[in-house]
Design a protein around this ligand. Sequence first.
Ligand SMILES: [Fe+2]
Length: 250
Amino acid sequence: MPGADGLVVAHVSDLHLGADDPAAVGSLAADVAAARPVLTVVTGDFVMRAYTEQFRRAAALLDSLPDPVLAVSGNHDLPLLSPRRLLSPYGRFRRWIDDDLAPVVRVRGITAVGLQSSTRWRFTQGRVARRPARAAAATLAAAPAGDLRLLAMHHPPPQLLWHSRLPAADLLLAGHTHLPAVRPLPPHGTLVVAGTATSRRTRGIPPSWSLLTVGPDELQVRERYLGPDGWYTGRSVRCPMAGFQPLHAS
Ligand SMILES: [Fe+2]
């Protein structure tokens, strides 16, 4: 029953296989599984250069994470300088990670939707395309009353072109910056940015992933960092869930 302790969601991002930290790759799945999430969200940059061998390793790591998983692509998951960038930008992502570029996962208490924000025309900045954004908005709007409406994409709004097209959601989960953050998302939502879970591109802070607990009144985000003795909870952020009125609260 999701009500008593809240809904536990694991948010993992920016794996960057090919520029990875072997200690993080080898220990991430066990740490995520120990949290017993009802949903695992992976917000892109599975690989460093979109090579098949990197995707093979990313797929193996993804397989080891607790189900169900919602996955979206990041800018590094598209070929960088190759004709494939134009002809089949999502080809290897679809083959190795998820064939569905508009994934929807429904678990008890949560309707979760993935939106691709990486495009062949831009190398680091993201973009919200009109048609998938409308489809995601329709899915979230049709969520059962009381469901947490969760939207997942690689780029957080500041790095996102056309972010005015973003569907309304209670939670927006993103990555890309490698800097964990929790911020208000107007009008009523919360943006959670996860750090890089397994890459060496850490920008001064250790590999991390974010453990979310969504309770009746508040969201708790515990950032799990990798230290010399394994994963530990670093920063813990609590904030009210202003726009979320779960049925189990009444
Ligand atoms: Fe990225």
